[in-house]
Write a protein that binds this ligand. Structure first.
Ligand code: 5GP
Length: 218
């Protein structure tokens, strides 16, 4: 069956224990596109909507792309311990709400956390991250391509692009501790890899053993 974007949709193929797919990448690597394609393909896959102090960009919807909040509101949430992780990225703060994440997991969803390397490290050290986390790093084929993609998307001025490219070089070093690395030379091939990681992780013996027990009593 083809879905509205023309991809084969594997409805309900995943099931089982909920997993967290933590996806990081320098800007311009194609992470957002890959995450959207995965949500589109797997019926139970949800994007964890982060809280941010960054103002919305054109086309971004509150509650769907991000929960856009004031610095005061962010401080408040922070004080109350409402974030599983948070980080400052290019002058704005971003955080993952524990409550929102728990509710997605309680509903049996798999969750994509599109977060930076600092936040991913905190998730890796957390109980839920150790139990359910799969850490995926998306790389551009080269720094030059990363810079070109940033220029092409036309969101940032020259100085911001320079900063993001410098940031990218630092972030790429952090890919060393992720479970999987996908080099995005072209989006189709990169998505095949992303999809395969998701399916393989969902198929690990320890994650289906309860189902096997129910079905076969072993
Ligand atoms: P952008 O402003 O381009 O949407 O995001 C900037 C960076 O912040 C990206 O690397 C994105 O993955 C990261 N980010 C988005 N939400 C979160 C979050 O909740 N926590 C952390 N640590 N990083 C986030």
């Amino acid at each position: 069956m083809l879905n509205e974007k023309g991809h084969n949709r594997l409805v309900h193929t995943l099931g089982g224990e909920s997993l967290l797919f933590i996806v990081s990448a320098p800007s311009g690597a194609g992470k957002t596109t890959l995450c959207k394609m995965a949500e589109n393909m797997f019926s139970g896959m949800r994007h964890s909507v982060s809280y941010t102090t960054r103002p919305p960009m054109d086309g971004e919807a509150n509650g769907a792309d991000y929960n856009f909040v004031s610095p005061d509101k962010f401080d408040n949430m922070l004080k109350k311990g409402e974030f599983l992780e948070w980080a400052e990225v290019y002058g704005y703060r971003y955080g993952t709400s524990v409550k929102d994440l728990n509710s997605l997991v309680a509903n049996g969803n798999d969750v994509i956390l599109d977060i930076d390397v600092q936040g991913a490290k905190k998730v890796k050290e957390s109980a839920i991250g150790k139990e359910r986390g799969v850490f995926i790093f998306i790389l551009p084929p080269s720094i030059e391509v990363c810079e070109e993609r940033l220029k092409d998307r036309g969101k940032d001025d020259g100085e911001t692009i320079r900063k993001r490219v410098e940031g990218a070089k630092q972030e790429i070093k952090e890919s060393a501790w992720y479970d999987y690395i996908i080099i995005n030379e072209n989006i189709g091939a990169a998505f095949e890899k992303f999809k395969s990681v998701i399916i393989a992780e969902k198929t690990r013996r320890e994650r289906v053993k309860d189902k096997v027990k129910k079905l076969f009593g072993i």
